[in-house]
Structures are given as structure tokens and as C-alpha cells.
Design a protein around this ligand. Sequence first.
Ligand code: COA
Length: 211
Amino acid sequence: MIQIHVVHRDNRRLYDYLFDEYFRLRYEIYVKERGWKALERPDGRDIDQFDTDAATYLLALDANRLVGGLRVVPTTHPTLMSDVFPQLTLRGPIRRHDVCELTRIFVIKERRGEQAQPRVEHIILCAAMEYGVAHQLSQYTIVMEAWWIRLQEQCWRITPLGLPVDIDGAPTVGVTADVNSETVTALRAKRGIEGPILVWRGLDRPALPAA
Ligand code: COA
């Protein structure tokens, strides 16, 4: 059964054993598979300027195997959108305490496009929504290639922040995704995801806002 572990500087020591594999997997996916050359490094690890103590990682583990993940960075800190792709926003990057950025959303190759529900991608997106509700966020910002809009729109409400821009040959957009408990409920029902899926090992689970 897949569980999504919340990993932050306060409990990172419990997951240190996983991080080398995590950064190596990201390199495999983003540099080798996707060809994002700006991320090339001689050590074969994808570690960038946003992998700081401010980042939280949601890591999908299936029987201790890393099968996917994503990174959450507060928009009050430097983000991919604010520091690398501000041209994706017409009104300037969002910097708010109740808005975080999602980056490096991935599923390992062998677990993509699964027919059996719930598929890993949906579990990860549902986990992101659950995390956002737990932290009383109102929105996520995401830099994404345009092909992904159709699929993400099936999971949560997306609003463009600007016009598509060609980045290394791929039409790319900056968007927000609304965070709310209704979306968590709807995603769970639509994708066959049972109950809360986040594991807060070594962290105080934020109190949920009153329904
Ligand atoms: N360009 C265009 N379309 C793509 C694509 C790409 N790079 N990657 C996936 N798709 C399409 C697939 O063709 C498929 O389309 P279909 O529904 O019409 O068959 C659909 O997106 C689903 O993708 P798939 O990879 O089969 O399964 P998934 O839904 O389990 O996982 C991702 C989706 C994005 C999580 C997974 O493809 C992944 O981890 N990709 C690598 C990381 C990445 O590119 N992240 C997004 C960067 S913006």
C-alpha cells in the first residue's frame, strides 16, 4: 500500500537514508528522461537552489520503495516561479504565507499510467491537497508544461497566472491550484483513495481546521 510521507527539516533525519536515491531518481527523470539540461551535474543528482531547509517533500513509498514524490516550497521563500520563471506571471509572482509552490512532481516510469485505481499520480496529488488543507493553504502555484493542464484540471481547479511561454521548446504555464477540503473529498471519492494518506512521522500533525 502506498503511503505519502511528509519530510521536513524537523524529521529529515528519519529519512536521510532515502535522500540520495531520491535525488538520483530526480536526475534520472528530469535530466536523462526529460532532457532538462540546465539541471545537469557531474554527481548525477538533481539538487537545486530550492532544496533548502524551507522545502517539504512528500515522498510516495510502496513497501519502502520510492515510487514518486513532490516538493513544497513556501512562496515567502525563493521559488522556481519567482526566481527562474517570473515571465510566466502577468502580475508578478505570488508571495503569500498561505500559498506554496509545488515542483518536481513525478512518478517512477514503471508506475505511470496505471489502470488500477488509485494510480500513483492521483495519490500524490491528493496528498498535496491534504497537506495544503492541513496547513491552511489557500493555493499552490505550479510551473507546468501545458500538456499537463488537462490532466491536472481533472483533479483540482487550475487558474493560469499568465500566457504560455516557450521554454526549451515546451509551451509552459504558471498556474494556481485551489486548496480546499472539498477537493480532497472529491479526489478521494473519484480516485478510490481511502482516508488520510499522509504519514507525519516525527512531526506534529497540524490540527485540521474545523469543518
Ligand atoms: N509530454 C506530453 N504528454 C505527456 C508527457 C510529456 N512529457 N508525459 C506524460 N504525458 C501524457 C501521457 O501521454 C498520458 O496521456 P494520455 O492520458 O492521453 O494517455 C498522460 O500524460 C499521463 O501520463 P503518464 O506518464 O502515462 O502517467 P501518470 O499520470 O501516471 O504520470 C506524470 C504523470 C507527469 C507524474 C509522469 O508522467 C511523470 O512523472 N513524468 C516525469 C516528470 C514530469 O515530466 N513531470 C511534469 C513536469 S511539468
